[in-house]
Design a binder for this molecule. Structure first.
Ligand SMILES: *Cc1c(COP(=O)(O)O)cnc(C)c1O
Length: 463
């Protein structure tokens, strides 16, 4: 079939100027940042692909919503708009706003997890797992094996492996499993979707065992788009319809609205159970704020309510994922090792394949992200052994099969020309990959070490 070009379903009304730097300046900046792209100053970055979190471009309607903020301490009208948007798009009856996704994870983990519980999930997420552990639980990976193989082209790498789930129940008993955590468009697997078939089977399995499903719905719209494109029988359904169908199969949800919903800050906890809602309202006042603002300004709740509506439009999703596929195709055709198939929010470079001379204990993905910055001023993020952290029992580095650099594409921010520059820069780094040196920690934080850890280059011949 003839390939038709697509274009963004919006035009640009305002621009933000960005700065070019010299290679010498970037070399100095990365050393000062301890080879951690999280510690670079944003001013020193040319194209910022660190994350898609809180960096989307809001629409003129969202900005108009900002001006409609009702900053009352209690009962702001914007809260009711948000609650209605959540119920009508995501189907959950009750909404508790939080300052961002991890605020919701904290409350939910404290409410549902007891010391000694197990939390199966379709791959871990950094903050999610930490809150599960802080509440006394242990995360168990129940994603299909294909998700851990960057070369597998399985269309739904976010699917659940029911043998792994059955084994867990047999080992620990259903009463030690308060819920299964399901991420839509699994971030750590490369932005890979779960199918509705897998989710429906999970619903049955959970009903049989009396276990809840908690939905990490940060990127549910992207997952819905992949279902529309890839799953049998969904071609004529809208993204909005598929989003509802996903949410209806789950019991409660945590949301970082800084992703799908294109606001700079915010999140929420949502659920259908009135008792759980009551308990969440009690806890949210301790950690976030009153249950009608939970750490968010009224104006931000309004922008979020509007962003939810925009995030489930078919033309929006087509352009969103289309841009990532464009970058993915350019890199793939140049022979850059990537996580396959293309994900929903980012292109993931396989750092082990790109830097085969570096052992995993020299943090190849961390080193590759630093090298890409020095080459071009593009900021990416490590998603490998540094992000995985240490095992809570043995204290050893967890060695994930996926040692990745994530080029995360903010929503509605960069142009196709920026994608071209990015592809060319990655290809240049790949050509000189053997010059990239391994790293070692000079400072290692105890928790979520990837955010603030500092590194230096290993000397030749040392560990
Ligand atoms: C970002 C993210 C979170 C945490 O949300 P924050 O808003 O950053 O606190 C949780 N789960 C997933 C999958 C995420 O991508």
């Amino acid at each position: 079939m003839e390939k038709r070009s697509w274009a963004e379903p919006y035009k640009i009304k305002m621009v933000e100027l960005i700065k070019m730097t010299t290679k010498e300046e970037r070399q100095a900046a990365i050393i000062e940042a301890g080879y951690n792209t999280f510690l670079l100053k944003s001013e020193d970055v040319y194209i910022d692909l660190l994350t898609d979190s809180g960096v989307g471009a809001m629409s003129d309607r969202q900005w108009a919503g900002i001006m409609m903020g009702d900053e009352a301490y209690a009962g702001s009208r914007n809260f009711y708009h948000l609650r209605d948007a959540v119920e009508s798009h995501y189907s959950y009856r009750f909404t508790v706003p939080t300052h961002q996704g991890r605020g919701a994870e904290n409350i939910l983990s404290q409410l549902l997890i007891k010391e000694g519980d197990y939390l199966p999930g379709n791959m871990y997420f950094t903050t999610t797992r930490l809150h599960q552990e802080l509440a006394g639980g242990t995360f168990v990976d129940i994603i299909i094996d294909e998700a851990h193989d960057p070369n597998s082209t399985h269309p739904f790498k976010g699917n659940v492996d029911f043998i792994k789930l059955d084994n867990l129940v047999n080992e620990v008993g259903a009463d030690k499993i308060p819920y299964v955590c399901i991420a839509t468009c699994v971030n750590m697997a490369g932005g890979q979707p779960i199918s509705l078939a897998s989710l429906r089977e999970l619903r049955k399995w959970c009903d049989k065992h009396g276990i809840l499903i908690v939905h990490d719905m940060t990127r549910v719209a992207e997952n819905a788009y992949f279902i529309q494109q890839r799953e049998e029988g969904y071609r004529s359904k809208t993204v909005k319809e598929i989003v509802s169908e996903i949410c209806e199969l789950t019991d409660a949800a945590t949301m970082s609205s800084k992703k799908d919903a294109m606001v700079n800050i915010g999140g929420f906890l949502a659920m259908n159970d009135a008792r759980l809602y009551e308990q969440a309202c009690e806890l949210v006042v301790v950690y976030e704020g009153l249950h009608t603002y939970g750490g968010m300004a009224g104006r931000d709740m309004e922008a979020l309510a509007i962003g939810i509506t925009e995030s489930v439009q078919d033309d929006h999703m087509q352009a969103r994922v289309g841009q990532i596929e464009y970058l993915w195709d350019r890199l793939e055709s140049a022979g850059v090792p990537l996580v396959k198939p293309c994900g929903g929010h980012a292109v993931f470079l396989d750092a082990r394949a790109m830097l085969p001379h570096l052992p995993q204990n020299q943090f190849p993905a961390q080193a590759l992200a630093a090298a890409l910055y020095v080459e071009s001023g593009i900021r990416a993020m490590e998603r490998g052994v540094v992000s995985a952290g240490r095992d809570k029992n043995t204290g050893q580095n967890r060695l994930p099969k996926l040692e990745l650099v994530r080029l995360t594409i903010p929503r509605r921010v960069y142009t196709q020309a920026h994608m071209d520059v990015t592809a060319e820069s990655v290809i240049r780094v790949m050509k000189h990959a053997d010059e990239v040196k391994g790293l070692r920690f000079t400072y290692e934080p105890r928790m979520l070490r990837f955010f603030q850890g500092r590194f230096e280059e290993c000397l030749a011949g040392t560990e």
